[in-house]
Design a protein around this ligand. Structure first.
Ligand SMILES: Cc1cc2nc3c(=O)[nH]c(=O)nc-3n(C[C@H](O)[C@H](O)[C@H](O)COP(=O)(O)OP(=O)(O)OC[C@H]3O[C@@H](n4cnc5c(N)ncnc54)[C@H](O)[C@@H]3O)c2cc1C
Length: 909
């Protein structure tokens, strides 16, 4: 077992989600050219917006986008606007083209249509939510013109100034130009871009003399309209929606829709479940509805007496094995009910607009469909044959835009969508897995411009959205403080403001799914200032702080509301106790909350702006870097030497779990060189140096790490966060599932799921339980429920560190100095802080001193050797001063003292 190839736990899921999105939206062989859903079947406004957000999210997540990317979005319908808005969140200024002079042109002037974001999700509970709940350009169910106005307002307020709008410009050609794309508009002018997003939608319906388009404004509820005989031609949702509206007496589209949905509530639960289950496995045709009592279900619908003629066959309406259904389950079921109630009469055969004859004064028509010689009379006709696709895959087809790429590439993209539907797979571009307040940016570079500060909080503490307003107001005010602005200015060269709402992250959201975790890690990497509500430090919060400790790219300010009593202090992860936790008042007043936090933030920024490399407010960071500073040097210690076990230490755990776990781990990894087995807890790490350093060294170097999440100890989660961010192998997570040990809270449960933690029991036969847990975690490639991509956390963080190094560089000297600083630096009064962590370790004082002395000596020698800069000179001066004092220190060995004396002699005073 010891030589087994360790799998990186749960690598696939997040990447898969992003790759699948890109796979379905990028034109094959045409890097950087994306088409938003033209070949998709779910064609609602909402679904197009979801696709747009998912695409930008995936492009950012997969590294396609940087703030310098030049991106063109063609089409200013709902999806184009949404894509452009999401791009601005990444600090990108996209160019937005549209033939029309106003955005959302299709729906802009339509008042009779009612749009609901989730209606086609029936029977999902989502249809009760009127809010689309999108992270950008959100809207709620309403008449279409009102929805346009709502989105327009948001656009004008938040995005307009950040996008180059080129409305009234028809894009004629998209041409390849080296590694870039050239967008040519009708007047022949052009511009080049790295990425093109074609958000040209599904096209417009062909104008027909006898019909009105779907977004044309037909009042289908007007009494005189309803008295006429109507023929509707088509089998998609557009046709079926109109059939339903025409069959019912109602005051407006909204009422029609709601009364249908209300009526369907009568379906008994079992039938509804069966229906959904069958529909989800691709059962098609009317057999889906065979057992439904149509009389009962239509009892309260106010149906008008005249029949509607629906020009479609049963197969077209309800689907065949090859084709599947075209319309939503809701519309199909209602139209089936209406057929059963004989309010709808089906008329098969192709209807060609040229076969429509006007009769008399043009107040009625005769229609002949193919395969029939008998003309049918009606007063009004609605052709719902779908829009003309703006991008044609056939050479002969007329595209609204000329894309200069082989047609086979477009066909190949189209085929991917066909295969998806044929295999009845769900559409990955529609997966919604965003944190509730999505931090859409995947950018991980520090960013004072658009992401100056992040607030990490608990949703349990602030259950309603409005609850977060008082602290957010206080944070905003803090950033207006003169002193803070002054330091920010020295640090990033300009005034920094929190415009709009400050980014927030509820830790419960952050650990809810792998994707959310990935967003959270990116946000944690990106924010120069993170303000943390640490009252109390819950496991999930400790986990995120552990990740932040590795990233530490700015200030992390943890506050506690109310005085931290002994209990709160003791319940804190031991390794966080040395971080400066700011104790503040219980309310959000200026005096109790804002002022104390402002003071600490100001001091943090001051120190950070002077010596960004020295500033440290979370443990771990410096130790992790100073082990060589090279991110490649990370897999040095094999499992035969040491297996790090992150776990609780209390007596009960020791007695019930640890003794057995240690034995089993020893058996499980039999090649250990050590008689007492390779498994080591933090307190077993025998070392001459400080324990905290030894711990982080093990976290960084040990190939195998097991985290026992039993009892949901915050310090275990903190260390696990550090581990996931610092080592690509991540950790095998297990937990004791005996009720005595577990305190199931939903967030902890979610966190365990996320980490792919395996339960074991000590009740019956502990070794078997632990063994099973170990086998199942070490043998599987990925957790079936989608454990997070541990390597992803690591890779985001590593990239972030690289960016920091590219930006500023961390020399060996800096690292050495950081190392010394992390132990208290040359300020001897701080050295006493460290032993607090392990009171039982009596060695700590002399260890601390020796460590600091060694560090200072090494620093002084190296600094001398390398030649002094102004910064190293200052540090050297404090090092000399400190070493001079250390000469007299009783706890230091004679050898060390001798070294100090020799060194001091070498340095001219
Ligand atoms: C019959 C029917 C019924 C529907 N019913 C509903 C419904 O009930 N609810 C719902 O949510 N959705 C419904 N839809 C779908 C809805 O219309 C689309 O989902 C939505 O319009 C798609 O938005 P989009 O931004 O992707 O594309 P569009 O709204 O089509 O916008 C595309 C934009 O691209 C521009 N463009 C195209 N070519 C070029 C070019 N070469 N250069 C520059 N600009 C260009 C166009 O001018 C247009 O403004 C229906 C559609 C139809 C056809």
């Amino acid at each position: 077992m010891a030589n087994q190839q360790f799998k990186i736990i749960g690598m696939e899921k997040i990447d898969d989600a992003w790759s699948n999105i890109i796979e379905l939206l990028q034109v094959p062989n045409q890097a950087g050219l994306f088409i938003l859903g033209c070949f998709a079947r779910r064609v609602t406004i909402y679904s197009q917006q979801v696709r747009a957000i998912n695409l930008i999210d995936a492009l950012a997540g997969q590294g396609y986008l940087t703030p310098a990317s030049k991106v063109a979005v063609v089409g200013a319908g709902f999806s184009g606007l949404t894509a452009a808005a999401a791009l601005t969140k990444l600090g990108i200024r996209p160019t937005l083209y549209d033939t029309q002079t106003a955005s959302m042109h299709l729906q802009r002037s339509c008042v009779t249509r009612y749009i609901h974001p989730h209606i086609y999700d029936w029977p999902s509970e989502d249809i009760n939510k009127i809010q689309a709940s999108l992270p950008v350009l959100d809207w709620s169910a309403n008449g279409s013109k009102n929805v346009v106005l709502e989105v327009q307002r948001d656009w004008d307020q938040h995005y307009k100034g950040k996008v180059s709008e080129r409305l009234g410009k028809k894009v004629r050609d998209i041409l390849v130009q080296g590694q870039q794309w050239q967008v040519v508009i009708e007047d022949g002018t052009s511009d080049t871009f790295d990425i093109i997003i074609l958000a040209v939608g599904f096209g417009a319906e062909a104008e027909a003399k006898f019909s009105t388009t779907y977004w044309g404004d037909l009042p289908l509820e007007a009494a005189q309209v309803q008295e006429q005989t109507w023929m509707v031609s088509g089998a998609g949702d557009g046709a079926l929606t109109d059939v339903i509206r025409l069959c019912m007496r109602h005051t407006d589209h909204k009422e029609a829709l709601h009364s249908v949905v209300e009526e369907l509530r009568k379906l008994d639960e079992k039938k509804l479940n069966d229906l959904c289950q069958q529909a989800s496995v691709g059962i098609y045709g009317t057999k889906l509805f065979d057992t439904i009592d149509y009389d009962a279900l239509t009892q309260h619908l106010d149906l008008r007496p005249t029949k509607i003629i629906l020009n479609a066959t049963q197969d077209e309406l309800f689907g065949t094995e090859d084709e599947g259904p075209r319309a939503s389950l809701l519309n199909r079921l209602v139209v089936w009910l209406l057929c059963k109630k004989e309010r709808v009469e089906l008329l098969g055969g192709r209807l060609d607009a040229t076969s429509i004859k006007e009769i008399g004064n043009g107040d009625s028509y005769e229609v002949t469909v193919s395969g029939s010689s008998d003309p049918i009379s009606c007063h009004r006709i609605l052709l719902r044959h779908g829009p003309v696709a703006p991008i044609q895959t056939r050479k002969s087809g007329h595209s609204s835009i000329n894309i200069n790429c082989p047609p086979s590439d477009l066909t190949s993209l189209h085929n991917k969508w066909k295969v998806l539907y044929k295999n009845r797979q769900s559409d990955p571009t529609l997966i919604i897995d965003w944190p509730s307040d999505m931090l859409s940016s995947a950018r991980i570079t520090p960013d004072f411009n658009s992401f100056p500060a992040l607030w990490l909080y608990s949703k349990t503490k602030f259950p309603n959205r409005s609850d977060v307003n008082p602290p957010l107001r206080a944070f905003k005010a803090m950033f207006k403080d003169e002193g803070i602005q002054l330091h920010l200015k020295t640090f990033c060269g300009r005034q920094v403001q929190i415009a709009g709402s400050m980014p927030t992250l509820a830790f419960e959201d952050a650990v809810a799914t792998p994707r959310m975790l990935s967003h959270a890690v990116q946000a944690i990497c990106r924010a120069p200032v993170v303000i943390v509500d640490g009252s109390p430090i819950a496991p999930a919060l400790a986990f995120l702080l552990g990740i932040r400790a590795v990233v530490r790219r700015g200030i992390t300010l943890v506050y506690h509301q109310g005085t931290m009593g002994e209990v709160a202090w003791k319940s804190m992860p031991f390794n966080l106790r040395e971080a400066r936790i700011v104790e503040i008042g219980n309310n959000y007043s200026v005096v109790d909350f804002q002022q104390p936090l402002t003071a600490v933030l100001e001091e943090g920024l001051r120190r950070f702006s002077i010596h960004p490399q020295l500033y440290s407010d979370l443990p771990g960071f410096d130790t992790l870097r100073s082990l060589g500073g090279d991110t490649k040097d990370i897999s040095a210690r094999s499992g035969t030497t040491e297996i790090l076990v992150l776990c609780p230490f209390d007596g009960k755990y020791k007695q019930n779990c640890w003794v057995e776990l240690q034995r089993v781990v020893q058996e499980y990894f039999p090649n250990s060189k050590f008689p007492d087995g390779p498994a080591k807890r933090v307190i077993d790490l025998d070392a001459p140096e400080m324990l905290v350093r030894r711990l982080f060294e093990s976290i960084r170097l040990d190939e195998v790490c097991i985290a026992d999440l039993t009892n949901n100890r915050a310090n275990v989660y903190f260390e696990l966060g550090v581990r996931l961010a610092a080592h690509p192998n991540g950790a095998y997570t297990i937990h004791c599932c005996d009720t005595e040990f577990s305190q199931d809270g939903s967030t902890e449960e979610a966190l365990r799921q996320l980490l792919g933690s395996r339960p074991y029991s000590v009740d019956a036969d502990s070794s078997a339980g632990i063994n099973e847990a170990l086998t199942s975690i070490t043998s599987r490639p990925a957790h079936p429920n989608g454990a997070p991509k541990v390597g992803l956390v690591f890779s985001i963080v590593v990239r972030n560190i690289e960016i920091q190094q590219e930006a500023g560089g961390t020399s060996i000297l800096d690292m050495l100095w950081n190392n010394v600083s992390s132990a208290g630096g040359t300020d001897m009064s701080k050295w006493t802080v460290l032993p607090v962590m392990y009171q039982q370790n009596t060695q700590i004082n002399s260890n601390t001193l020796r460590f600091i002395a060694d560090g200072l000596i090494a620093y002084a020698l190296l600094a001398r050797h390398n030649g002094l800069t102004q910064a190293t000179d200052e540090r050297l001066a404090s090092a000399i001063y400190c070493l001079d004092n250390l000469k007299e220190e009783r706890a230091l060995s004679a050898e060390t003292k001798q070294k100090i004396v020799e060194l001091l002699a070498l340095i001219p005073s």
